[in-house]
Design a protein around this ligand. Structure first.
Ligand SMILES: Nc1ncnc2c1ncn2[C@@H]1O[C@H](COP(=O)(O)OP(=O)(O)O)[C@@H](O)[C@H]1O
Ligand SMILES: [Mg+2]
Length: 266
């Protein structure tokens, strides 16, 4: 789950580009859009508007495999956000237990369908549907925008995680990921130091996402940055680095077993 208590910190950008990198690295990846604003779906496919999605599963009007959209990359599938109005404004209020059960069966279906990774883009906040997603998720990645006072809202997320983890092993915090970092900006650098001092080293991702207009451009056209140009720019390679860092942290390295290398020449 890509989660943060704040909006505009780069969650959707991270989710789309990380999903693309993981899929390119061979992991069968499902990117789920659980934001009522449908940002992943809208930026990646027009079809997302008309098809069932995450909120239809929560409303009980769709089941998992009817809501899967395949992409040109065989390893990458999408689930759009669906119809949040029916869920939030509909006449039948869905109980918390039922939301939790439907999220768990979505995850079970995803596993059953053969996906290695289910990556969930979320709306800002830690309560409500996001709280149930956190309870059901194996791992959580927290993007934080590198700006002064960015860390102010983090304790709420950490309290929520601590409360869930009081009676469960999951979700495991993959780490805090700094986004929109401007290395030339003294504020950005001091935040980086602040974060690294405030958290145990293993909870801050070594990879940081720089501020780069490519991300803005890519999200406007509706592609991962890796597809923006014929030769993937540095802004795309950074997500390969993030994917590799996450693979290592989660011991997901089996796809790159040492015995499977291919020689450059015979
Ligand atoms: N590293 C970055 N560099 C420049 N612009 C970025 C970067 N990450 C995100 N953006 C832009 O900032 C805005 C908010 O990002 P978004 O990923 O939608 O955040 P969230 O999902 O947390 O609300 C978008 O317009 C996006 O294109
Ligand atoms: Mg978003």
């Amino acid at each position: 789950m890509v989660a943060s208590q704040k909006g505009g910190v780069g969650k959707t950008t991270v989710a789309i580009n990380l999903a693309y990198s993981l899929a390119r690295r061979g992991w069968r990846t499902l990117l789920v859009d659980s934001d009522p604003q449908g940002s992943v779906g809208l930026s990646l496919t027009e079809k997302a508007r008309d098809c069932s999605g995450f909120f239809d599963i929560l409303s009980g009007t769709a089941v998992g495999d009817t809501a899967l959209l395949s992409t040109r990359l065989p390893e990458l599938s999408l689930m759009a956000s669906g119809d949040p109005d029916k869920f939030y404004l509909g006449s039948v209020a869905v109980q918390r237990e039922l939301i939790s059960a439907r999220i768990q069966s979505l995850f079970a279906d995803t596993k059953e369908a053969g996906f290695d990774v289910c990556l969930i883009d979320t709306q800002a906040g830690v309560y409500g549907v996001n709280g149930e997603l956190l309870r059901a998720s194996g791992h959580v990645l927290i993007p934080e925008q590198a700006e002064p006072l960015a860390l102010r809202s983090l304790p709420q997320m950490l309290r929520m995680l601590a409360s869930i983890k009081a009676d469960s092993d999951t979700p495991q915090l993959i780490g805090v990921l700094l986004t929109m970092v401007r290395p030339e900006d003294p504020d950005g650098l001091s935040l980086l130091e602040e974060v690294r001092e405030a958290f145990p080293r293993e909870l801050v991702m070594k990879t940081t996402i720089p501020r780069d207009d490519d991300y803005l451009k890519a999200s406007q056209i509706g592609v991962p940055v890796g597809l923006l140009y014929r030769n993937p720019p540095l802004s795309a390679l950074i997500f390969d680095q993030l994917a590799a860092e996450i693979e290592k942290k989660l011991n997901l390295e089996t796809r790159h077993g040492e015995t499977e290398f291919t020689r450059l020449m015979d």
